[in-house]
Design a protein around this ligand. Structure first.
Ligand SMILES: Nc1nc2c(ncn2[C@@H]2O[C@H](COP(=O)(O)OP(=O)(O)OP(=O)(O)O)[C@@H](O)[C@H]2O)c(=O)[nH]1
Length: 447
């Protein structure tokens, strides 16, 4: 074996040396393994004869140019995908190897020969294709990302504008109720700038007495991942006092963990005040502000069932003004109203705060005394009320005096339900009125 053959077999590229006539002189082992033709079989043949018809005509051309004009050439895979029919060693016949061929004129013993250096670029081509595919994918991903970024910016702008114009206060807070976002309306409601309350728990702005209750309600919402909803009192720094409805729902991160709350603050002061006014109106008499008949009877029912349980006593007083009509007739209806209001205030004043006083009808009042049952104590209260009612009432241009008749009923002595106690007290009141009329004639004492 020649030194050239030895060298040729030890390299990891294909080497073919053609003499000046284009006949094969060297055909290394690398080629043997991929062409399935031994060096001995190929020796002296032209490339076309050695490889048959499957050879790329460009190979023949560049070999001719190298031999005739001494030109070098490269047949790269990109332009000539498979110049020679070479196959991966041990591979299938249909898997032709991708190659690049350097064609170089060389001088051997004073004659021009041509050397073909053939490299297997199958793997390089495969990697290139993979890289190209990855680059394409990356480009697509980048495009989607920038589209998503534009969309995100747009939706952020949309949200900011919506939040700016929202009629309700919008806020975001962490699990400790510290605000991480507040819109303009929130600032207006709270009367604080965002910077001033950012990162502090909004609960700390509430009146001290309410903080513990609201804080524990917030904590409960955080722990159970449920909605928070509370109506809270709030004193603004400018001294304005308001009611706020605060509602918030949990926000979850990508791992479904609660990352905070997003919610609304709405000024419901007007609604609240209207509701309290309505509630007051539904339960109180418009002229005297005492309880109305309906509310009084509900209190009476509740008091009786309570007394029944603890075996207590309950007293009911029925007060009717004497000859009240004469005040209306003499001084006018407005004067009558002044008298009714004055009497209501006086009766209220002589009783304990826990006693209930109601305007029961036109000039009738009812009193409910819990835990009061013994006759002397009741008599003392009746006398106190009678004296208070009898004091002169200033009508502006004159004073009037008016008397009253009082009837009483005691649970359980005179009945054990509201109706029988009210009937008893009413009858007792009429009996008292008869006695007073007998004693005083028919006159209402006018000053
Ligand atoms: N000013 C005024 N008068 C009222 C009001 N409600 C009822 N009245 C009048 O109260 C008067 C009650 O008359 P009566 O039931 O005869 O009572 P009285 O004049 O006190 O007569 P006796 O109970 O028999 O002593 C009527 O004239 C009603 O019009 C009110 O809200 N304001």
């Amino acid at each position: 074996m020649s030194c050239g053959s030895l060298l040729g077999d030890s390299v990891d590229i294909g080497l073919i040396l053609l003499d000046s006539s284009g006949n094969i002189r060297l055909w290394n082992r690398w080629i043997e393994q991929r062409a399935e033709l031994t060096a001995a079989q190929a020796s002296g043949l032209t490339l076309a004869r050695a490889f048959g018809d499957h050879i790329d005509p460009r190979v023949v051309l560049v070999v001719r140019e190298a031999l005739d004009f001494g030109w070098s050439a490269r047949l790269s895979h990109a332009l000539h995908p498979m110049p020679l029919p070479l196959f991966p060693p041990g591979g299938e016949r249909n898997e032709r190897m991708k190659q690049s061929i350097d064609v170089t004129p060389v001088d051997a013993d004073g004659t021009r020969c041509c050397l073909l250096q053939i490299r297997d670029v199958t793997e390089t081509v495969r990697r290139e294709a993979l890289l190209k595919q990855q680059a394409r994918q990356l480009r697509n991903d980048l495009q989607s990302l920038s589209r998503a970024q534009v969309e995100l910016q747009r939706s952020e702008m949309r949200f900011r504008e919506l939040a700016r114009q929202a009629p309700a206060g919008l806020f975001e807070a962490d699990s400790q109720a510290c605000c991480t976002f507040l819109n303009e309306r929130c600032e207006q409601i709270l009367g604080h700038s965002r910077d001033c309350i950012a990162r502090m728990p909004w609960v700390d702005l509430l009146p001290i007495d309410d903080q513990a209750r609201v804080r524990s309600s917030w904590r409960l919402a955080v722990e159970s991942a449920t909605r928070f909803a509370e109506e809270v009192r709030y004193a603004r720094p400018d001294g304005k006092y308001l009611w706020m409805r605060v509602e918030a729902g949990p926000l979850r991160d990508e791992n479904e963990r609660i990352s905070g709350f997003i919610g609304t603050m709405v000024d419901v002061t007007e609604f609240h005040e209207r509701a309290s006014r309505n509630e007051f109106r539904a339960n109180h008499d418009g002229l005297t502000s005492l309880l109305n008949r309906d509310r009084f009877e509900r209190h009476l029912r509740a008091a009786l069932s309570g007394a029944r349980e603890v075996k207590d006593r309950v007293a009911l007083l029925f007060i009717d003004l004497d000859h009240f009509k004469q005040i209306n007739d003499t001084h006018g209806h407005q004067a009558g109203d002044i008298v009714l209001k004055a009497i209501a205030a006086r009766v209220r004043r002589v009783l304990r705060s826990e006693d209930m006083v109601a305007r029961y009808g036109g000039d009738e009042f009812a009193v409910l005394l819990n835990g009061m049952g013994d006759e002397p104590a009741l008599r003392a209260i009746v006398i106190k009320i009678t004296h208070a009612v009898a004091l002169p009432i200033n009508l502006g241009h004159c004073h009037v005096r008016i008397g009253c008749s009082i009837g009483m009923a005691v649970y359980p002595d005179n009945g054990d339900d509201p109706a029988s106690l009210l009937t008893h007290a009413d009858k007792a009141m009429y009996a008292a009125k008869r006695r007073r009329c007998e004693m005083t004639g028919t006159s209402t004492t006018l000053a």
